[in-house]
Design a protein around this ligand. Structure first.
Ligand code: NAD
Length: 694
């Protein structure tokens, strides 16, 4: 079956791309399109061609799965197709509805004219995959519109709508009413008016002193994104668009595109892109699994987490009943929500109408009975099993049948929480991250008895509230925090044995982590880790912890909230300042415990912390807590400030090479005698079988 249809309307051959859902430009579509174009050019009754897609998508561009396969460049490749259109002897018009992105946008730029509907949405998002547009976008867009606008579009990779497209001059006309008919009428008019074949390639970039502007942009970009080569390549390609003949510019673009394609950053970003889309595929839960309707949400606990969680639903237009057992806390919770929305309003990000609508959807209550009709209840009360028990027993008694009962616990056993009810199949973990209205990650914790439709419902709902959901099995800390514990543990051991908190933080931040482990602990509150460790000392005495972190807590240094932790902080200032008092605690601790210190290189710091994430991640995979290595990467990229250009801990391990990673782990094992460092058997299996971790 052909992936295009073609029909003559008056003098216009309408060629429609038919490759749902988004008309990705795979090999077969390209072949069918070329065939249809050739037929139209050979047919004397055809005076012009109108190229269009579906109502929702003109084309979202290349098929990312085809990227690294032979098909991507098999003939006809996208450049050939665009060349054919540009040099066609008859007018070719792009009639764009819905998505018009990447290669799809470049295809439209190859046409002689462009019209679009009001729902059209344009983007050249290649930069997000560590690339630049590779089918003429960097050469044509600055010839069509203002150079600065073109640079911004390609540098940010964000989409823009039809009104902006018209204003910028990306399209020749915005079509109202019956789109196809009116687009044909527009084309007929071009024929009658004997309009020329307008080839963008034949024009020049009109911008005074383009070279100086691009040099300035390059200097700025070098400083703000040192780890990403694509922005600088974009500048190079644009320079060529400004200075060189079109054909040379196209060669420059191609050369840079291929070079970028082979960078580790591009591999990492492409991995992250695919990984994000894979998260909601759960092997034993088919996509078509029916889901429950969630029209009313209850949240229990109006503290740090409850308020933020509530905002996600209010933002999505879902009414929320927010309950707390304490009237003052409830009032405070509501006022924080209001304040957050007022801040958005002041920044011009929220209209008065939206503000009123969101606050109007929020019902505070002190009475559990008011939750009875909710379709979903999320519990965010104190992290104590007895409190959870009381809440879940109460929910079990009063909630309507079919309601989903979720817990936001960070460390407690979700199976145990489910067992407090007579309906464990309706119980699930929804582990939001703080601040819950901002952080994208949601760990969806699948307990032993959680029903498949409950999981499917939460996965679907996560999209409505714009979260990235990753499924985790039940274990202490789930995916993210279980790995983090070892990362922090190793960071503290490094300081115990000779490094400084600043050195460790700086090494990891230079490597790409948004925040080093000590700054992060100070932000989260050192007392939280302390409470967990006290439990660990009893439950898991074999795990080696440095008690140095306890000494910091014993000195009352709980972090930013008290103005001192691993660093000190000036009032109302989050900037960490090295504190001689901390040095004293560290040195006192070392001498009291006869610890022999040594110097650590930044490379050693990275190994001992990042490889700890890798080893624990591999164990989570082995145990089936995480479904895929790429899920672990998504958790770290979206929830823990892991650098996107490294693709996540599992991808990073693959990039380094598992043999090398295991050798380093064995070496650290010998040096430290910490059994944790024995490589997880999955790593050895992957090496033996030649498979990747991510
Ligand atoms: P919090 O102390 O800020 O808020 C808890 C709220 O629950 C308080 O307002 C309290 O009055 C209320 N509450 C206590 N018992 C109650 C009951 N029986 N009925 C109704 N309300 C009750 O705590 P938090 O930081 O928001 O944490 C809540 C949950 O979220 C915990 O399970 C925690 O582990 C989890 N969590 C916290 C974070 C975080 O960073 N704070 C992150 C992820 C998950």
């Amino acid at each position: 079956m052909s992936l295009v249809t073609s029909s003559l309307v008056q003098h216009v051959q309408v060629i429609t791309l038919l490759n749902p859902p988004v008309n990705s430009l795979g090999l077969q579509l390209r072949r069918d399109l070329v065939q249809a174009l050739n037929l139209a050019m050979a047919d004397p009754t055809v005076q012009a061609v109108m190229l269009t897609g579906s109502e929702n998508a003109f084309s979202a561009g290349a098929d990312i799965k085809e990227f690294t396969t032979a098909s991507a460049n098999s003939d006809p490749n996208l450049l050939t197709v665009i060349d054919l259109i540009e040099h066609a002897p008859k007018l070719v018009i792009a009639a764009i509805q819905g998505t018009c992105m990447g290669g799809g946008f470049e295809l439209a730029l190859g046409c002689h004219y462009r019209v679009c509907s009001s729902n059209a949405n344009f983007a050249l998002p290649e930069i997000k995959l560590g690339l630049i547009p590779g089918a003429g976008g960097t050469q044509k867009l600055p010839r069509l519109i203002n150079l600065e606008e073109a640079l911004n579009i390609m540098l940010k990779g964000e989409s823009f709508g039809s009104a902006v497209a018209q204003k910028l001059g990306v399209v020749d006309q915005l079509i109202e009413g019956d789109f196809i008919n009116n687009a044909v009428l527009f084309t007929e008019k071009l024929i009658i008016d004997k309009k020329p074949l307008q080839r963008i390639r034949d024009s020049k970039v009109k911008y005074p002193n383009a070279q100086a502007y691009l040099d300035f942009a390059k200097t700025t970009l070098k400083a703000i994104s040192p780890n990403y080569p694509a922005p600088l390549a974009l500048i190079e390609s644009l320079k060529s668009a400004c200075m060189d003949p079109f054909s040379v510019g196209m060669q420059t673009e191609r050369k840079l595109f291929i070079e970028l394609m082979n960078t580790s950053q591009c591999r990492a970003l492409r991995h992250a892109f695919v990984a994000q889309r894979s998260c909601n595929k759960i092997p034993d839960i088919p996509q078509e699994t029916p889901t429950r309707h969630i029209n009313l949400v209850g949240i229990i606990g109006a503290g740090t987490m409850g308020g933020g969680i509530a905002m996600n639903f209010l933002n999505a237009g879902i009414p929320v009943t927010l309950l707390d057992s304490n009237e003052d806390t409830l009032k405070k919770g509501i006022s924080i929500i209001r304040k957050n929305y007022e801040n958005s309003q002041q920044k011009g990000k929220l209209s008065q109408t939206d503000f009123d609508a969101r606050m109007g959807l929020l019902t505070p209550t002190l009475k559990m009975d008011d939750l009875a009709q909710c379709d979903l209840v999320i519990e965010a009360v104190f992290e104590e099993i007895s409190v959870k028990e009381q809440v879940f027993k109460e929910l079990d008694r009063l909630m309507k049948p079919g309601a989903i009962l979720a817990t936001n616990t960070s460390t407690l056993d979700v199976d145990r929480i489910a067992s407090f009810t007579t309906r464990p199949s309706s119980v699930i973990g929804c582990h939001f991250f703080s601040p819950a209205n901002v952080m994208k990650l949601l760990e969806v914790v699948r307990a032993k008895e959680t029903a498949k439709d409950v999981i499917a419902t939460i996965m679907k709902l996560s999209k409505t509230i714009k979260k990235t959901a990753v499924v985790s099995g039940v274990c202490d800390g789930f995916i993210g925090n279980r790995m983090l514990e070892h990362y922090i543990r190793m960071a503290v051991i490094l300081v115990e044995q000779g490094a400084t908190p600043t050195q460790v933080d700086k090494a990891l931040e230079n490597w790409g982590m948004i925040m080093g482990p000590f700054r992060m602990s100070d932000l989260a509150g050192n007392d939280i880790g302390w409470a967990i460790r006290k439990r660990r000392y009893i439950e898991k005495p074999q795990v080696i912890y440095s008690r140095l972190a306890d000494a910091i807590c014993e000195a009352g240094r709980f972090g930013q909230k008290v103005g001192q932790g691993w660093y000190k902080y000036e009032p109302n200032n989050r900037k960490p300042l090295a504190d001689p008092a901390v040095t004293q605690i560290i040195e006192g601790f070392r001498s009291k415990n006869n610890i022999k210190i040594r110097a650590f290189t930044d490379a050693e710091i990275i190994e001992r912390t990042i490889y700890a994430l890798i080893n624990e991640g591999a164990r989570l995979l082995e145990e089936g807590i995480a479904l895929r290595g790429s899920d672990i990467d998504v958790v770290y990229l979206t929830g823990y400030g892991f650098p996107a250009f490294r693709g996540g801990p599992m991808k990073y391990a693959d990039e380094i090479g598992l043999v090398k990673v295991c050798a380093a782990m064995n070496r650290i094992f010998e040096e430290s005698n910490d059994p944790f460092w024995q490589p997880a058997s999955l790593l050895t299996n992957c090496i033996n079988q030649g498979t990747a971790l991510s």
